[in-house]
Design a protein around this ligand. Structure first.
Ligand code: TYM
Length: 330
């Protein structure tokens, strides 16, 4: 049996990028593997969230995880800050993470450029904390979107470096996992490359149908194909990427043929169809989210059981890592 691990930062509600990038295979995975799904609340601290909102955001993601069909009886569902063993492994791994490589991380450079007034040490060592999340359960597979690819590569480096340094074959080298061959990047509706919370271009699982219709309607388009058989510009390619994910293949083929033929004035219909198909996917999830969000007793039970199970596995790893590194008790 393989170990699968997946994490999400609680910085807002879940959007289609999270869902299709990392979560869409959860249902199948939890049947066949040892799964750890967690809420990365420590990771969200790099941007200094309002303490009054942190818990609300954790509650939202937790209800959304459960509403997507994650079964706490089959998978271990927990909150990162409930598992202190992760923080200790983070400290130990930090000794093997070098400034030069951390400074070169794409996500660090991007965040430092966007917000030069808040280049904190947590931001710099973000990939080390992520490696600790993954290695604490010695995961084989990590379902992630394309944006996390480099972090996974760094995790493999740290695992490898640890094994090499201490002459052991202890940590596995985890693999980024997605449903297809390639890691997925769900595009935004604003013609930008990626759907993301900080990009402000998301369709959320909790969005009401009217809001989804409005967002899709206002998606960036062009004036239509200039001639038959021309390549699609990015904004149109983005709409097709979403269509391929939520709609039936014959629907995609129908609109693709319209593009290839050079016909114009069909974007309105495509957007209507796209909105309808997104609503079909999100409606059952949204209804379950709303039921779960206020069930305090259930959420408490899920997180307590999850923390207990996660700490059991994390404690075992940490004891072994300490031993390998030379910590001994008197
Ligand atoms: P986060 O919270 O930004 O996103 C959670 C997951 O959603 C994926 N994702 C996307 N996939 C495809 N297209 C998109 N537009 C898109 N937007 C988001 C992300 O790739 C991610 O898989 N550092 C992580 C959280 C984390 C983690 C971990 C993940 C912390 N520790 C250990 C895996 C393993 C993050 O910020 O993801």
């Amino acid at each position: 049996m393989k170990t699968v691990l997946s994490g999400i930062r609680p910085t807002g509600n879940l959007h289609l990028g999270n869902y299709y990038g990392a979560m869409v295979n959860f249902l199948r995975m939890q049947e066949e593997n040892q799964c750890y799904f967690f809420i990365a609340d420590w990771h969200s601290l790099t941007t200094h969230p309002d303490p009054r909102l942190l818990h609300v955001n954790v509650r939202n993601i937790l209800s959304e995880y459960l509403a997507c069909g994650l079964d706490p009886e089959k998978a271990t569902l927990y909150i990162q800050s409930d598992v202190p063993e992760i923080a200790e492994l983070y400290l130990l791994l930090n000794m093997h993470a070098y400034l030069g490589e951390l400074e070169k991380t794409v996500s660090f450079k991007e965040k430092a450029r966007q917000n030069p007034g808040n280049v904190n040490a947590g931001l710099l060592t973000y990939p080390v904390l992520m490696a600790a999340d993954i290695l604490i359960h010695n995961a084989d597979y990590v379902p992630v979107g394309k944006d996390q690819e480099q972090h996974l590569e760094m995790t493999r480096n740290y695992a490898n470096r640890f094994n090499h340094k201490y002459q052991v074959d202890y940590f596995k080298l985890p693999t980024a996992y997605s449903s297809g061959q390639e890691l997925i990047k769900i595009p935004g509706l604003d013609g930008s490359g990626k759907m993301g919370k900080s990009e402000g271009n998301c369709i959320y699982l909790v969005d009401e149908p009217k809001a989804i219709e409005k967002k899709v309607k206002s998606a960036l388009t062009d004036n239509g194909p200039e001639a038959p058989n021309t390549p699609k510009p990015v904004c149109i390619e983005n709409l097709f990427t979403l269509l391929k994910i939520v709609s039936a293949p014959d629907v995609v083929a129908y609109y693709d043929n319209l593009w290839v033929s050079g016909a114009t004035k069909w974007y309105g219909n495509l957007k209507k169809q796209l909105a309808e198909d997104i609503i079909n996917v999100t409606t059952p999830v949204r209804e379950r989210i709303n039921d779960l969000k206020n069930d305090d007793a259930y959420l408490r039970k899920v997180t307590r059981n999850g923390a207990e199970k996660a700490r059991e596995s994390a404690g075992k790893t940490l004891r072994e890592v300490r031993e390998i590194m030379g910590f001994k008790s008197f």
